[in-house]
Design a protein around this ligand. Structure first.
Ligand SMILES: C[S@@+](CC[C@H](N)C(=O)[O-])C[C@H]1O[C@@H](n2cnc3c(N)ncnc32)[C@H](O)[C@@H]1O
Length: 281
C-alpha cells in the first residue's frame, strides 16, 4: 500500500480541513443513521479512502465490526477488493446471535457487491492461525477491545501479517490508554510511525468519536515475520487469562444491568477520559 498517496488525498475530502471540518460527501451521515455503531462520520470517510488505496493482492483487515458501520463505509465503491473482518460478538453484553444477524442484514443491504469475509472469534487467536489471510494486509483498522495490553497486541499480532508498507488506523486513540500502548509498542518495534492524530474534541465527538490515529508500517528488510518471545507470551496471557475475565464481565453486564454494570464501567473507564471529559464509551 502506498501510504503517502492516501495521506495526500485526504484534504480534498473534508471542508475546510480534515481535523476540524466535515466530509464533503454528505452520505456518510446517512450511513451512520442507517447502521448502528460507534464510528463517526469523519472516520467513515477516512476508512473508505484507505480502502480505495488498497492495491490488488493486498487485504483490508478490520477488528471489531459490531453491527457493521465501519466496514459498510470502507467497502462503498470498493468492489473487487478483499475485506476480512474479525468479531467475537462479546462486548456490550451482545447476544451473539442477535448482533450477528444485524451485522449480516447490514452487510446485505450496504455491502452486497463487496467481498467481505467474516472470521468469527478472538482476533488474538485468529491472527496467528496459519493461513488466516491469503494475502498481506495493506490496510488494518483496529476497533476491538480497548485495554493497554489489547492495544499493544493489536499492533504486535498484526505486524507479521502486514504488507511491507501498510496503513494502520486505530480507533479510540484519543484515550490515554491507547496512546500509552502505542508508546510502549513503538519503543520496542522498528518500522512504525504515527503519522496523523485526529483527536476527538470530547468523548463521542460527532466527527471523530473518540479519536482516530493513523500509523504507517514499513518492514525493515531482514526482520522476521513472527512475534518476539515476549509478545507471544503476552498474547498467550491475553487469550488464556484475560479473555476469560472479559467474557465473565461482559456476560454480567448483559445479564445484570444494575450494580455490576456500574462496576464494569468503572473498570473499563480507566484511562478513557478525553481532556476534562467524564464520559466513556
Ligand atoms: C466498538 S465496537 C466496534 C464498532 C464498529 N467498528 C462500528 O463501526 O460501529 C468493538 C467490537 O469489538 C469486538 N471485539 C472486542 N474484542 C475482540 C476480540 N478480541 N476479537 C474480536 N472482536 C473483538 C466487540 O465484540 C465489539 O463488537
Amino acid at each position: 500500500m502506498k501510504t503517502s498517496a492516501f495521506f495526500e488525498a485526504l484534504p480534498a475530502l473534508f471542508t475546510p480541513d480534515v481535523q476540524s471540518g466535515d466530509p464533503v460527501d454528505g452520505s456518510w451521515k446517512g450511513l451512520a443513521s442507517q447502521v448502528a455503531g460507534y464510528t463517526a462520520v469523519n472516520e467513515l470517510a477516512v476508512l473508505n479512502e484507505a480502502a480505495r488505496h488498497l492495491p490488488e493482492g493486498e487485504a483490508y483487515l478490520e477488528v471489531g465490526t459490531f453491527k457493521g458501520r465501519s466496514i459498510c463505509a470502507a467497502v462503498r465503491g470498493n468492489a473487487g477488493k478483499k475485506f476480512v473482518v474479525m468479531e467475537n460478538f462479546m462486548e456490550f453484553g451482545m447476544a451473539g446471535e442477535m448482533a450477528r444477524e444485524e451485522l449480516m442484514t447490514n452487510l446485505a443491504e450496504h455491502a452486497s457487491d463487496a467481498d467481505v469475509e467474516l472470521l468469527e472469534g478472538d482476533c488474538f487467536k485468529l491472527m496467528v492461525e496459519p493461513g488466516a489471510l491469503d494475502r498481506p494486509v495493506g490496510v488494518y483498522f483496529y476497533d476491538g477491545e480497548h485495554t493497554l495490553l489489547s492495544h499493544y497486541l493489536a499492533l504486535a499480532v498484526v505486524e507479521p501479517l502486514l504488507a511491507n508498507e501498510a496503513l494502520v488506523l486505530i480507533d479510540d486513540a484519543s484515550w490515554p490508554v491507547v496512546q500509552k500502548a502505542h508508546k510502549l509498542f513503538l519503543q520496542r518495534h522498528k518500522g512504525w510511525e504515527i503519522v496523523e492524530t485526529w483527536d476527538a474534541a470530547h468523548a463521542d465527538d460527532p466527527r471523530w468519536a473518540n479519536g482516530l490515529h493513523a500509523l504507517t508500517f514499513r518492514r525493515v528488510p531482514g526482520t522476521a515475520r513472527k512475534l518476539s518471545g515476549t509478545d507471544e507470551a503476552l498474547r498467550r496471557y491475553q487469550v488464556t487469562v484475560q479473555d476469560r475475565v472479559n467474557a465473565v464481565m461482559w456476560k454480567a453486564v448483559g445479564i445484570v444491568p444494575g450494580p455490576i454494570t456500574a462496576v464494569a464501567k468503572v473498570l473499563l473507564g480507566r484511562s478513557r477520559k478525553i481532556g476534562d471529559d467524564d464520559s466513556a464509551k
